[in-house]
Design a binder for this molecule. Structure first.
Ligand code: SF4
Length: 144
């Protein structure tokens, strides 16, 4: 579906702001590395693009209107489709509409920073990966 010009411009602006935030996160991750390193490679199966998990803080999760707005934000800015919520993980799950039938990204060269950053080691706890993903996490000092 093609967006009207004003919505397209708004989406581009919000995406640019979010991309700057993503680049700052990358820089932050380089300056303050976590105890985990990411190993492996993308197997181009599209598992992550079919199961995009956006985790909210407990304070945000308790407020249904913030969950609703977060859902709409990701649908509008990233062209994701809402799948369902995982309350025990405080996660909203999406699927990306740019994912093609062969499991590849339809906008690979201009994909958002959020996709370029994936997977990012977390600062608290061992990073988790979806079944079928080619990445895994190793603790610093452990053998790969
Ligand atoms: S934009 Fe591309 S890489 Fe990002 S979630 Fe969508 S299909 Fe995956």
């Amino acid at each position: 579906m093609t967006l009207p010009l004003h919505l397209y411009l708004l989406r581009s602006l919000l995406r640019t702001i979010r991309n700057i935030d993503g680049r700052l996160s990358t820089l932050f991750g380089k300056l303050f590395p976590t105890e985990y390193k990411i190993r492996g490679t993308c197997l181009q199966r599209g598992v992550c693009c079919q199961n995009i998990a956006i985790q909210l803080s407990p304070g945000f999760w308790r407020r249904p209107w913030i969950r609703r707005w977060s859902q709409r934000y990701y649908e509008f800015v990233y062209n994701f489709t809402f799948k369902h919520e995982e309350p025990e993980l405080k996660v909203i799950l999406f699927r990306c509409n740019y994912l093609t039938e062969n499991g590849k990204c339809g906008i690979y060269s201009s994909r958002p920073q959020i996709c370029r950053n994936y997977p990012t080691p977390r600062h608290f706890g061992r990073p988790a990966f979806l079944p079928g993903c080619g990445y895994h996490a190793v603790k610093t000092g452990d053998p790969s």
